[in-house]
Design a protein around this ligand. Structure first.
Ligand code: G4P
Length: 533
């Protein structure tokens, strides 16, 4: 197969949802179609397997939310599909953003009874910034749900994206019996369910005016459907591929992941409409996936993913050329040539060593501690850097120290490694010795994860004291003089710190305090993210 053929069969997407909307169930069902997992096993032991499929961390099981994002790959018909799971919690929107950097489209799962929920809004916002095509799956159609037109309205008004229903639920007052498929002009009804949702519900297909079907659903429901469809045709959005590609129109599917209703159709339509791997922006211009020279970037680092393998993995997205095991590549940040040994891909919880991979693919690399988020890897003869990852300014801060001072070493090691993963930002209080740190995060949940992981992976109990600050500013004086606690007027109104590169950072409580500092320090330059020299 040529490189262009390999690229055209790849689809790489992120899946986002408010917790409990059905992201895990839908992912499982998609894997099922790819033959990656088996129906019986997955359904019988759902309770235990549900998290095992895509969640690694123990804390996720305890809290019932997905904290880290994971990566799964499967084949369906002639396609190679990479699914990137995203954390459902808003505190991890930075992690979500990085995951979205690595994909070409996104799938948003909504609960038909709940519509657009709080986390959906936050995750969608992050998604929208990437301007990628977004596909919507409105789940749990097998049970009571909101009025379909209201759900579409909600997507449009709350999220601000136009919605084009690819199919439309049949039923009155939120009790659905199936869908009308607008693309195929046919009716699909749930088959009678005798298993209380425990097994696949095979659907029955009818022509749109089939008498038996009308009998089954009843004249009143049939008439209501006709009315809704007419309304959609006249006043609804028109199907427009260009708008879908631009992320302005979301093809919307109604279905039920648990009972498998509409999942296969969703998968097939998604594959038909979603874009293959897209070009990426670099400091050497646009990099097309068909470019023969290999390139990739790191979008995620995960330490200790599996307690059985005490190691760190750097996840790369391949952007151009062919990846081969043991290939030598140029690592932009260190300007060194490195060998990519032990490349891995993930099938459910299984890791497999791979020999080759292509643009769109996600590969996990063993990381001896050299990789950082956003690092570019290229062919040694064609060096360039991909555009930088945006960083999210931290908004929550805590002082962290090891409860047992004898464990200082493990503590320092653990906290440094977790910082490299990009989940927290580390600061050093000036003149406070080196056994306590200030940690900055975008949300409070990260502190729990930090505490939990330091305990479970490094055997360190930490004490954590929340600080009353919400704003961090990197500082420098225009003209070059270094900012110090004494040269900065009002440094004692906040907390003066150094970041890992020893750049001065000031934490203050609010914008008002910041205004005071600004007014009283002429020539001070302040930035919410690290300043360039
Ligand atoms: P998440 O990853 O988005 O957090 O959601 P997840 O798939 O874990 O699903 C959350 C709950 O919703 C699960 O129920 C799941 O079975 C149920 N669910 C998913 N899809 C459907 C659907 O199409 N119809 C219905 N009726 N329910 C659905 P649970 O009670 O929390 O777990 P379990 O007892 O089913 O394992």
């Amino acid at each position: 197969m040529t490189l262009a053929e390999e690229i055209s069969k790849r689809r790489t997407f992120a899946i986002i949802s408010h917790p409990d909307a059905g992201k895990t169930t839908l992912t499982e069902k998609l894997l099922l179609y790819g033959g990656a997992i088996h129906l019986a096993g997955s359904i019988k032991s759902r309770k235990t397997q549900r998290h095992a499929v895509s969640d690694w961390m123990e804390i996720e099981k305890q809290r019932g939310i997905s904290v880290t994002s994971s990566v799964l790959q499967f084949d369906y018909k002639n396609f190679r599909i990479n699914i990137l799971d995203t954390p459902g919690h808003q505190d991890f929107s930075e992690d979500t953003y990085r995951t979205l950097m690595a994909v070409d489209s996104a799938v948003m799962v909504l609960d038909a009874a709940k519509g657009v929920e709080a986390q959906t809004k936050k995750l969608f916002k992050v998604c929208r910034e990437r301007r990628i095509p977004i596909f919507t799956f409105i789940n749990k159609l097998d049970r009571y749900g909101k009025i379909p037109l209201d759900l579409l309205d909600e997507v449009e008004n709350v999220l601000g994206i136009r919605a084009y229903p690819m199919n439309f639920p049949i039923g009155i007052d939120g009790k659905y019996m199936g869908v009308y498929d607008r693309q195929k002009n046919r009716v699909e009804l749930f088959a009678e369910d005798t298993t209380h949702g425990q097994s696949e519900r095979i659907s029955e297909i009818f022509a749109p005016d089939d008498k038996i079907m009308i009998n089954r659903i009843g004249q009143e429901t049939f008439d209501a459907l006709q009315e809704d469809l007419m309304l959609l045709d006249e006043a609804g959005e028109k199907f427009d591929k260009a708008k879908i590609d631009a992320g302005d129109l979301t093809p919307t599917f109604f279905g039920s992941a648990m009972t498998n209703f509409g999942v296969q159709n969703f998968l097939e339509e998604y594959l038909r409409l979603a874009p293959p791997p897209a070009a990426r922006i670099s400091d050497d211009g646009i990099i097309e996936p068909e470019d023969e020279n290999f390139s990739a970037f790191v979008f995620k680092i995960q330490a200790n993913m599996n307690p059985a393998h005490r190691d760190r993995l750097a996840f790369i997205r391949i952007c151009s050329g062919k990846f081969e095991r043991n290939m030598q590549v140029w690592h932009a940040p260190t300007n060194k040539i490195i060998k990519l040994a032990q490349p891995q891909q993930f099938l459910a919880q299984e890791r497999q060593i791979i020999e080759e991979a292509y643009p769109g693919d996600i590969v996990g690399l063993f990381d001896p501690g050299i990789f950082g988020i956003g690092d570019t890897l290229t062919d040694a003869a064609h060096k360039f850097k991909f555009e930088e990852f945006p960083t999210f300014p931290p908004e929550k801060f805590a002082r962290v120290s090891a409860k047992d001072t004898m464990k200082r070493k493990q503590f320092a090691k653990g906290i440094e490694q977790l910082t490299q993963e990009g989940a927290i930002q580390l600061f050093y209080p000036v003149g406070m010795g080196n056994d306590s740190y200030v940690v900055g995060t975008v949300g409070t949940l990260q502190f729990e994860v930090l505490q939990y992981r330091l305990k479970s992976e490094y055997s360190v109990d930490v004490s954590l004291t929340m600080l009353p600050f919400e704003v961090a500013r990197w500082l420098k004086f225009d003209g070059g003089e270094k900012v110090t606690p004494t040269s900065l007027k009002g440094a004692n109104r906040g907390m003066f710190l150094l970041d890992r590169a020893e750049n001065p950072v000031l934490l203050v409580e609010n914008e008002w305090a910041l205004g005071w500092i600004r007014e009283n320090n002429a020539k001070l330059i302040m930035s919410a993210t690290p300043l360039e020299d």
